[in-house]
Design a protein around this ligand. Structure first.
Ligand SMILES: Nc1ncnc2c1ncn2[C@@H]1O[C@H](COP(=O)(O)OP(=O)(O)OP(=O)(O)O)[C@@H](O)[C@H]1O
Ligand SMILES: [Mg+2]
Length: 284
């Protein structure tokens, strides 16, 4: 076969492969959006079921704490004060204080889930990126807890106009990648800072780093060095699409083999709506 014949055939094969990958990204995006909607509905139901009893436990707890204080006053008035009764009161008061903390913790987790799984993702709106990061970190913390220390170094940044749900997906992808790059114990650091009309979120890990020969490929859809079943190679492709096409931002990285990697996500504070692609698959 001559080169003339090979050329168009190769080009067609490349184009088919590219279309296949774009379809894979669109499918994953759809699947993730579907999951978020399902999760949103599920969480809304769970929140409703949990919030009411937690609310009543919290308010009863306040009454108990107040009653114990009153009981203490009543007992002190007695002659002579009963030492054993005081001891029991102290134990009850400290248990009630622990219950209060436990309830507040449950309420905090519920609030995070509520923000993360919010279904109103279709519009650009102002969002607090620190809140998005904190909520995403809470979701990854179970996976990281025993082997990875997570540090945050949050700067003074303004709220930004964005698709909060999609940005949470980007942060989740980057955090999961960072966690997967660390074998055994390590550290992940999440930093934020403002830079003129932009904010920058940097996620660093002390993982294995990205070898020189892979650096050109990591954003390509389908590129993965992970075993089948662990990685589909779409996380970074999707993240780049969300950052660049949906937000008019930039995503870049620096890496040192054996030392770690940092991904930087640069996002405009004010969305330029004329340039933004709506929150749907960018290439149709
Ligand atoms: N923090 C990191 N440290 C080292 N390598 C990384 C890091 N992030 C990404 N990579 C490399 O880039 C490749 C592509 O990442 P990407 O998130 O797109 O896919 P994946 O993680 O392999 O699979 P998926 O995210 O679809 O489950 C990874 O397989 C890995 O080789
Ligand atoms: Mg990934």
């Amino acid at each position: 076969m001559s080169d003339d014949c090979l050329g168009p055939a190769t080009a067609a094969a490349t184009e088919t492969e590219q279309l296949r990958m774009e379809l894979a990204i669109a499918k994953r995006r759809l699947a993730e959006a579907y999951q978020m909607v399902s999760l949103g509905r599920l969480v809304a139901g769970i929140i409703h079921e949990i919030n009411t009893p937690i609310g009543s436990i919290l308010s009863n707890n306040q009454v108990i704490l107040r009653s114990l204080e009153q009981l203490k006053t009543v007992l002190s008035a007695g002659e002579p004060p009963n030492a054993k009764a005081f001891e029991i009161l102290e134990t009850m008061a400290s248990l009630a204080a622990v219950d209060k903390l436990a309830c507040e913790r449950i309420s905090g987790v519920i609030r995070s889930l509520k923000t993360f799984a919010r279904v109103d993702q279709s519009d650009v709106r102002k969002a607090n990126v620190h809140e998005l990061l904190t909520n995403t970190l809470k979701l990854t913390s179970c996976e990281f807890r025993r082997r990875i220390i997570v540090e945050t170094d949050f700067g003074d940044i303004p709220e930004i106009e964005c698709y909060p749900q999609l940005l949470s997906q980007v942060f989740l992808n980057l955090l999961v990648n960072a966690g997967q790059a660390i074998e055994g114990e390590g550290r992940i650091t999440v930093r934020t800072r403002s830079d003129g009309e932009f904010i920058v979120v940097s996620i660093s890990d002390t993982g294995r780093g990205i070898p020189q020969e892979d650096r050109q490929k990591i954003f390509a859809p389908g590129f993965s060095t992970k075993p089948v079943g662990v990685g589909t190679g779409l996380g970074l492709a999707l993240s780049r699409e969300i950052v660049v096409d949906n937000h008019g931002g930039e995503i870049s990285f620096e890496s040192e083999v054996g030392a770690g990697t940092t991904f930087h996500v640069r996002l405009p504070i004010k969305a330029d709506r004329s340039k933004l692609t709506a929150a749907k698959p960018a290439r149709s």
